[in-house]
Write a protein that binds this ligand. Sequence first.
Ligand SMILES: [Zn+2]
Ligand SMILES: [Zn+2]
Length: 164
Amino acid sequence: MCSRQFDDDKELDLPQDNEEAEIARLQLPEQNQSLNAQEDVEADDERIARIEFHCKECDMHELVHYYGRNPPFALGVQFREDSYVMRDPFQAPPPRWQSKSENFLALGAKCTTCAKIVCKDAACSIYYTHTYCLPCARLELKSWPVEAQAKLRKQLVAKEAGSC
Ligand SMILES: [Zn+2]
Ligand SMILES: [Zn+2]
């Protein structure tokens, strides 16, 4: 059973009011990232990913930069649900005064029904108005429109065939 519940366990949540701190850190002078300059990475504090993302379905572990709906480095981006977001590791940081969005990757979100963290892989979750883990999606399926059902059925078949 996967009944609707609100998860009070905040182990992976950041306080929502840390945006100010994040913005303050964005005001540090940007440095050119170099993959072999370990010390620079240390100093370039706000670019270090510190939030743990762990997909409970496929066991993917990744450190991300942000959890929420409005990543400070992706200007103008507003997710429809709280998401785990990572800066594009291959893009040089744009100067702060340019109001230009950085590239980013949204890795996943919490299942809207059971609050389990799942990645965006088709074998782990489906997005239909919210993110659902596949086990919950299977239970909700009957109340969805036909196209959404068809999409999910395809995913479930692919998962069972192990061809992800
Ligand atoms: Zn996954
Ligand atoms: Zn679920």
